[in-house]
Design a protein around this ligand. Sequence first.
Ligand code: ADP
Length: 462
Amino acid sequence: MKTIKVYNPSTGSLIDECADMSESDVKIAIDRTVNAFPDWSKKLASERSVLLRNWYELVKADKEAFAKLMTQENGKCLSESRGEIDYGLGFIEWYAEEGKRVYGDTIPTHDPNGAVVVTKEPIGPTASITPWNFPFMMIARKIATALAAGCTMIIKPAEDTPLTAYKLLEYARTAGIPEGVFEVVTGDPKMIGPLFTGDSRIKKISFTGSTQIGKLLAEQSANTLKKLTMELGGNAPFIIFDDAQIENAVKGLVSAKLRNSGQVCISPNRVYVQGACFDKVIGLLTDAVSKIKVEDGLREEFVVGPLINQKAIDKVSALVNKTIEQGGKIALGGKNDEKGGLFYEPTILTDLTDNMDIHNTEIFGPVFAVYSFDTEEEVISRANDTEYGLVSYAYTENLGRAFRLSQRIKSGMVVLNSGSVGTASVPFGGVKESGYGREGSYYGIEEYVEVKYTLFSGLNLQ
Ligand code: ADP
C-alpha cells in the first residue's frame, strides 16, 4: 500500500504514515458517505446529539494524547495544542445542542384555505478539505456542524497533518458515530478535489485554505452548482490608536501574531500604529518578543515552534529579504533561527510602506510588519485597501471611533480591544476574497440546511 509519511517539523523525524489512497479507495469512501445519509438524516436531532456528546467526552478524556500528537505533526507548542483542542471541543459541544434547535417557521398565509410552513432539511452528503494549521479544530468544527444538521461528511485533511484527523475518526467510531457518517480520505489533493467537486451526490463542500485553491474548487463545483463555504486567506490589519491602552494592545498583538508561529489566516498581517505612540509600541513589542523562546513545542509549553515545512520557511525568508531590499528595516530577528531546520526568528519590521510586497502578502510566519499612520480616516482606508476581508483588529478607548471602525472596516469580523477572535458561539468567516459562508454559532448550521416552503392548500378553513 502506498503511504503518506508524516514528519515532525521540529525534529524532521518520521512520526507515522497513513494511506495514500487511490482513486477507487476515495470513491468507495464517497459512496459510504452518500449511503449513510438517509439513515443519519432521519435520526432524531436528540439521537444525533447523544452521539456527538459521546464523541466529545471520549476526546476530552484523552486530551493530552491529542495535544501531543498535534504538537508532533504541526509543531505548535503543547499549550497551544491544548488550547486548540478546547476550542475544537467547544464546537462539538455547541452543535450537539444547536442541532436540536434547527427551527422552521409558519408564515401568515396568502391563501384563505391554506397554511404556509417553512422547514429546514439537511442539505445532503457533504465534503470538506482542511488545512494543516489547526489539524483538530478545523475538523471538529466542520464535522460537528454537518452531523448536527443531519448531514454526513467526508473530509480530506492536509497531507502535513493527517494523523489528528484519523485519531478523531477512531474516537468518533468508538462513540457510536456510524461508518459513512464521518469519513476521512488522504491522498493526492489534485485527485481527491475533483472527485468531491464533480460528484453530484455531494451537495456541499466546506473548504478552508488558500484563496487560490478556493477559487479552483469553486470553478470545479460550478458544474454541479454545489453549495460552498469558503474560508480563505486573510490580510488582517491590527490598528493601535494613540488613545489605546498601549500595554494591552501590545499583549494582544503578540499573542495573536505568534499563535502557531504566525501561520494563521487571522494572524495580524499589517500592524498600523498611530504616530504619537509608535516608538512606545515598538519598544514594548521588541521587549516582549525578544523574551519569547524559539523551541520544539514538546520541550517547553510556551514557545514559538517551527514553520510547517521547507516551502513555508523559504517563503517567509524570501519575503523578509525582499522587504529589506525594498527599504524596510529590521527591529528584531530577520533570519532563520540559529536552531536551524524550520525555525524562523520572531521578527519585527519597520519603515514599511503600502507599496511593498509584504503589504499585500499573507506572511504566514512570525513576522510583525509595522506601519505608521496619522489619522483615523487614513488608516481605515489603508486597512480596507486589500482584496481580503477576514478579520480586522483595533485598539482604542474612544467609543465613537470603535463604532465607526465596526461599521467602516470591510471584513467579516472586527475585533476591538482584544487579540482573540474565535469561539463556538460566534460566526467566523470573511468577505471579499477571504471567502463566504460562516462557521460557528447559529449561522454556521444554516449552511448545512435547505429551506423548504410548503403550501398546504384546500384546507377548507373558511
Ligand atoms: P496551504 O498553502 O496553506 O497549504 P492550500 O490551499 O494549498 O493551503 O491547502 C489547504 C488544503 O487544500 C489542503 O488540505 C490541501 O491538500 C488542499 N489542496 C491543495 N491543492 C488542492 C487541489 N488542487 N484540489 C483540492 N484540494 C487541494
